[in-house]
Design a protein around this ligand. Structure first.
Ligand code: ADP
Ligand code: MG
Length: 247
């Protein structure tokens, strides 16, 4: 159901990747918030990991272990103070803010714990919003948003406001929005954190379908084992480091 519709807007992909290039690759990533200041916090230390297209990778760890920092680095929302972060073979860490923003808009879909929907916009308008930034015309935006809402099971909720939807429905709208620009990579930060168990597992099933059937790479962070049971592989973190066997 989530097969890729290769967009006609060619020239926006970072690279025509070789099969061997992972969609996401972090190498030796360290991050210090407020670097150098007296309130600096070391959030990541020497983190290396990669996610291939069609793979769902979990990031596990207690609160404060660095999960969100990794996702922000992958989305190009933050430049780590050490190491490299490559998206489809392109290193984000030596690009301008403008280029990082463009790469994010075209290649990364983000799902947050608290949905982050605009309350005054309909479900359809929320889903269509990222397409305004990528220059898609109004009627195409609307068609695409409706199709995506149908795919996440919300065909009959397109004109509802977020406040008129349940938590699970809101997260499905957020997932549809994350898919709007047909991204290569989805990052999901505690996507079930606000949902009950049954609703959370529905959302996770959708998320993994989106990755495996849609030919995308998915990186999902959670402190909850059950959430990560859908992952092909789980990377455990503690104090900003990847925990290796015996560590
Ligand atoms: P997680 O998502 O696993 O809970 P985070 O990546 O949010 O972990 O945080 C890792 C560490 O970085 C924590 O010690 C946190 O307090 C710190 N941190 C996160 N964001 C900031 C920030 N904007 N400024 C300073 N420290 C931060
Ligand atoms: Mg977090």
């Amino acid at each position: 159901m989530f097969g890729r519709s290769r967009r006609p807007t060619a020239g926006t992909r970072a690279h025509d990747c070789e099969e061997s290039t992972p969609a996401v690759r972090l190498e030796g990533v360290g991050h210090e918030y407020g670097a150098g200041g007296d309130r600096s916090v070391t959030a990541l230390r020497d983190v290396s990991l990669s996610v291939r297209t069609g793979e769902v990778v979990g990031l596990k760890g207690p609160s404060g272990s660095g999960k969100s920092t990794i996702l922000h680095a992958v989305a190009g929302l933050l430049v780590p103070t050490e190491g490299t972060v490559a998206l489809l073979g392109t290193d984000l860490t030596d690009r301008s803010d403008r280029t990082r923003t463009r790469l994010r808009r075209h290649h990364v879909g983000i799902v947050f714990q608290r949905f982050h929907l605009l309350p005054s916009l309909s479900a359809r308008a929320n889903v269509a919003l990222p397409l305004v930034q990528t220059g898609v015309g109004r009627s195409n935006r609307r068609d695409r948003a409706e199709k995506l809402l149908e795919e996440v099971g919300l065909a009959d909720r397109t004109t509802h406001l977020p406040g008129e939807l349940s938590g699970g429905e809101r997260q499905r709208v957020a997932l549809a929005r994350a898919l709007a620009a047909d991204p290569d990579v989805i990052v999901a930060d505690e996507p079930t954190g606000e949902l009950d168990t049954a609703t959370g597992s529905d959302v996770l099933e959708l998320l993994t379908d989106v990755g495996r059937d849609g030919g995308r790479a998915v990186l999902v962070a959670s402190h909850d084992e059950a959430t990560l049971s859908v992952a092909d592989r789980v990377v455990p973190l503690r104090d900003g480091r990847v925990v290796t066997d015996g560590g």
